[in-house]
Design a protein around this ligand. Sequence first.
Ligand code: ADP
Length: 246
Amino acid sequence: MTAALETRNLVKRFGGFTATNDVTLSVRQGARHALIGPNGAGKTTLINLLTGVLAPNSGQILLGGEEISRLPTHARVGRGLSRTFQINQLFGDFTPLDSMMLAIGERQGHGGMAWRPLSRDRAVADEAAALLKRFRLADAMGVATTLLPYGKQRLLEIALAIAAKPKVLLLDEPAAGVPEEERHEVLSLVRELPADVTVVLIEHDMDLVFSFADRISVLAQGALFAEGTVAEISKDPQVKAIYLGE
Ligand code: ADP
């Protein structure tokens, strides 16, 4: 079966420093694949290569078997590779309902300028409200995003990414910075993501990784040094040495 997402011999250098060192990675369809590694291992660089924020020096990226290595970010999103939105100032002033309608409009091929006419589109408004409800944001729908608790903002980021109906969703530390009392809500939602969406989770929290992932790839110094199931990786002595101080 064709992999949902693949990299082949991917290399990224910054000057003389190799941040991504010959990374060959295969994520199967429907996987819950975690990408872990200590600080500086090259996780962010790899995500930026996947999304098209950075161009590789060499190597390939394939989405559903199709090469996307040279496509700009928006073209990759259009083909089904999404990452969680970073809530920016624009979205901050919007309510979650506004943002969600905009995200649905984007998926339907309208640009951002189509927002006002869209706001009168009943079907879009209904879909936006239903998605927000499913993502535990029903009470927050009409509140300015910046006024929401941080955990709710993170829920909204994930909800907006799902609205694009991605084939592959890159989830970058979904619970980072979320206060303890709001964490369980974010984690439950991550565990309830649609089964047909392939998820690549970049995460520091090993409890979350071990409870969520069905496969784990470990990066260190830009290179992949281990890959396997949770059972395999959790007993790997090198992984233990790096993560668990054992
Ligand atoms: P991680 O996300 O795993 O912490 P990063 O991908 O952010 O790792 O960084 C990997 C290495 O690449 C680090 O040593 C970092 O200093 C270096 N690096 C990242 N981006 C740049 C850049 N734009 N210029 C130079 N070095 C960079």
